[in-house]
Design a binder for this molecule. Structure first.
Ligand code: ATP
Length: 248
């Protein structure tokens, strides 16, 4: 990429429980302020790569046995997720883990607990999120568990943004959502990227959608990068689904 490298993953191998090889050999990079897609069928290793970067692998008894992960030129492998969040990397897990019994606003407020900003600064950040996600403002007093799947995905992203990240690791934001709400979410991601300079590494099974919004993509197959290139190049390959993504 033309932009300076923000994230650099080199030759990582990740194993669950000391035995199950989930990622055999993956190298990828995300430039400063870039949107990069990580594509692949179910089980290809996308989530595992994100966890290796965010420091959440350890929580799943996964070990990065080989390779390097660098963020802003610094080796970050083995640094815990809460410390990485302070350095500007935040991971939005697959499946929208919001606190169902807290309101939308309480969920947002919880996003900044590591940073402990002043009350005034905290409310300013929450207001900023409402400007990006007006639906969340409308539902601010609603229990998160009673909002729609799309709203919960927005909430998970909004809460992550409370840490003011430079890089968001976003796992399957489109999963289980109607196309219209997915479009809305992706448009906000693109605006966050353009207007705030937030970089995204986006794990997705939906290739067409991702290629339409990312500048580049890596396609994983059985824990390896099978194909990589600009979205424009990859979008012209009509064998993509058939060969790499396990689709029709
Ligand atoms: P999905 O979209 O289903 O999440 P993925 O591409 O993100 O797919 P991963 O979840 O990274 O793939 O899974 C990669 C491999 O690691 C799979 O073979 C999976 O079975 C295995 N795996 C994932 N999580 C664990 C775990 N907690 N313990 C053991 N094996 C795991």
């Amino acid at each position: 990429p033309a932009a300076r490298r923000l994230l650099e993953v080199s030759d990582i191998e990740v194993v669950y429980g000391g035995a199950i090889l989930a990622v055999a050999d993956v190298s990828l990079a995300v430039g400063e302020g870039e949107i990069v897609a990580l594509l692949g069928a179910n089980g290809a290793g996308k989530s595992t790569v994100l966890k290796a970067v965010s420091g959440l692998a350890a929580a799943d008894r996964a070990t990065v046995r080989r390779g390097h992960v660098r963020f802003d030129g610094q080796d970050i492998l083995g640094i815990a997720a809460n410390r990485l969040a302070k350095q500007g990397i935040v991971h939005v897990l697959e499946g929208r883990h919001v606190f169902a019994h807290l309101t939308v606003e309480e969920n947002l407020l919880s996003g900044a607990f590591l940073h402990r900003p002043t009350r005034k600064e905290l409310l300013r950040r929450v207001d900023d999120i409402y400007a990006w996600f007006p639906r969340l403002k409308d539902k601010r007093r609603t229990l998160a568990g009673l909002t729609s799947g799309g709203e919960q995905q927005m909430l998970a992203i909004g809460r992550a943004l409370l840490t003011q990240p430079r890089l968001v690791l976003l796992d399957e934001p489109s999963m289980g959502l109607a196309p219209r709400i997915v479009q809305e979410i992706f448009q906000i991601i693109v605006r966050l990227n353009r207007e705030k300079g937030v970089a995204f590494l986006l794990a997705e099974q939906n290739a067409a959608l991702s290629l339409a919004h990312a500048s580049r993509a890596y396609i994983l197959e059985s824990g390896r990068v099978a194909l990589a290139g600009t979205s424009a190049e990859l979008a012209t390959r009509d064998d993509l689904h058939h060969i790499y993504l396990g689709g029709p």
